[in-house]
Design a protein around this ligand. Structure first.
Ligand SMILES: [Zn+2]
Length: 260
């Protein structure tokens, strides 16, 4: 009798264990990290010849490696790991194909005014959109490097102010979580790194519009400013920015992870 009870107990525990394994996928969260620009598209270029595409890739890869090492249950994907051109729409398609929980686009700013400094984090939105039209136009303009971009981008012209009306009509169901992550990033940049704070802003980025998950576009600093170019070029600068993004990610993941 006792043997039979023992047998049923073992069977029960084995089945339970199997069920737990089935309900326990390797990953409980997927983040896509997007190094802006690449290949023939250098992005902004500093006066020493430092290219935005290279900075973006370096920080993206450092961030990806740091998250992978710290959180084995987070699937960390990158839109590019090399110096290659990837169309904006394909970056968004990649996010959607992998059913991402968070999308982080890494960029570097530039301005005519060489005194402009500071870090800013964008979410998709139309609040004071006209104030941020120049940065949206610059980042969206890359689509013009593609053959047949008029078709791929549904007639959207990145250089035409009128084209941006389509953003007024969108619904952004990921606004709250995007804002949550953007605020965490910006808080790290300012409180921990003491960078000049340009704040969390809203702008009309195609790559964010077409990605179906919480998403941000980080402008790490101004490559057009002498001091910031030196900071971004330095190993310590890249390490600090990576650490700030990682801390923001850790907070976001602790609040929003474990989706099953
Ligand atoms: Zn950029």
């Amino acid at each position: 009798m006792r043997m039979r009870l023992f047998f049923w107990n073992i069977l029960f525990l084995t089945l339970m264990g199997t069920a737990v394994l089935w309900a326990d996928p390797a990953y409980d969260f997927t983040v896509v990290i997007d190094a802006g620009h690449g290949g023939e598209d250098a992005g902004a270029v500093g006066r020493t010849g430092l290219m935005e595409k290279d900075l973006n890739l370096k920080v993206s890869t450092m961030l990806a490696d740091t998250i992978r090492a710290a959180f084995p249950r987070v699937q960390v994907l990158q839109t590019r790991t090399e110096d290659v051109f990837i169309p904006l729409q394909r970056r968004a398609d990649f996010v959607n194909k992998h059913n991402a929980d968070l999308f982080i686009c890494i960029h570097t700013n530039a301005a005519e005014n060489r005194a402009a400094t500071g870090a800013e984090t964008f979410i998709l939105g139309t609040d004071r959109m006209e104030d941020n039209l120049d940065v949206a136009m610059r980042e969206n303009a890359v689509m013009k490097l593609e053959d047949g971009f008029e078709t791929t981008y549904e007639g959207f012209d990145p250089n035409s102010v009128d084209s941006y009306i389509m953003f007024e009509l969108m619904q952004n169901q990921y606004m709250d979580q995007s804002l949550q992550f953007a605020s965490l990033v910006q808080n790290q940049f300012t409180s921990t790194l003491h960078r000049d704070d340009r704040g969390v802003r809203q702008a009309a980025f195609w790559v964010l519009l077409k990605s179906a998950c919480p998403s941000v576009l980080v402008e790490m600093g101004f490559i057009s400013n002498r001091d910031e170019e030196l900071y971004l070029a330095s190993a310590i600068g890249k390490r600090e920015i990576t650490a700030a993004l990682f801390t923001a990610f850790s907070s976001f993941y602790s609040k929003n992870g474990k989706k099953q």
